[in-house]
Write a protein that binds this ligand. Structure first.
Ligand SMILES: Nc1ncnc2c1ncn2[C@@H]1O[C@H](COP(=O)(O)OP(=O)(O)OP(=O)(O)O)[C@@H](O)[C@H]1O
Ligand SMILES: [Mg+2]
Length: 218
């Protein structure tokens, strides 16, 4: 399939299937990738894509995920839901696994593994049971930094929720702790039924907002 034949399904709402060929969006992709190159804590490392239904937000996040992985990031890509914090942790562990598969598996025990971990990116039993999202992310960021990797969280269909509040608050704390972490989010421009003054909205307002319009014909 070439670029032209993918046009028939452009702008059709779907379940976010990856296009056969990703076209256009050079500006958005470059802007996001340039943000990743900025110093930890830079506002451009927290980007929020807004676009109408079927405009290509999900496709863009998929593309950014691939590009960031090639640029040295371990990526967690999720659609917002209540279990999102756990999904993010699991995806980081899964996608970062390849950087540790040369390491020997240690038996879990009091002194086994690196602080908080049993082996690789697998947490020790104590960490797994007693630590929350923010502490686990902090450990993962440090462990991946040892391998020269950063962490990128991509959240599709962002909304205000307890899970999003936890991720937003943790992100800000992790950045405050100088962890190499970045975030990209996407949503419809006017998602309704949200309380004003929610802490998530404050967080989203601080993010760099990028409008996703139609792809100009080539
Ligand atoms: N840059 C692109 N290149 C090729 N195909 C694309 C591109 N962007 C979107 N598409 C295709 O257009 C369709 C709609 O895109 P997508 O699902 O990403 O939109 P969306 O903005 O996430 O929509 P929704 O608001 O319903 O979630 C999909 O079939 C997708 O594969
Ligand atoms: Mg989508």
């Amino acid at each position: 399939m070439d670029g032209l034949t993918t046009q028939h399904n452009l702008f059709q709402p779907t379940f976010g299937n990856r296009p056969d060929l990703f076209i256009g969006r050079d500006g958005e992709v470059e802007q996001f990738m340039a943000g990743l190159n900025e110093p930890i804590g830079s506002r451009n490392r927290c980007m929020f894509f807004l676009g109408q239904r079927g405009m290509g937000k999900t496709a863009l996040l998929l593309e950014l995920s691939d590009r960031a992985a090639k640029a040295g990031y371990v990526v967690a890509r999720v659609t917002a839901h209540e279990g999102m914090p756990t999904s993010i942790i699991e995806q980081i562990q899964l996608n970062g696994y390849e950087y540790f598969n040369d390491e020997k598996r240690h038996l879990t025990g009091v002194n086994a593994g690196v602080l908080g971990f049993s082996f690789g990116l697998t947490f020790s039993d104590v960490t797994e049971k007693q630590f929350g999202f923010r502490a686990k992310m902090s450990l993962l960021c440090d462990r991946l930094a040892e391998k020269g990797k950063g962490v990128l969280i991509l959240i599709d269909e962002v909304r205000t929720s307890a899970a999003m509040r936890e991720v937003a608050a943790s992100y800000q704390e992790l950045v405050g702790d100088r962890k190499n972490i970045a975030i990209g989010m996407a949503r419809l421009p006017h998602a309704v039924s949200e309380l004003l003054n929610d802490s998530v909205l404050t967080f989203l307002n601080r993010a760099v907002k990028v409008k996703i319009g139609t792809i100009s014909p080539f």
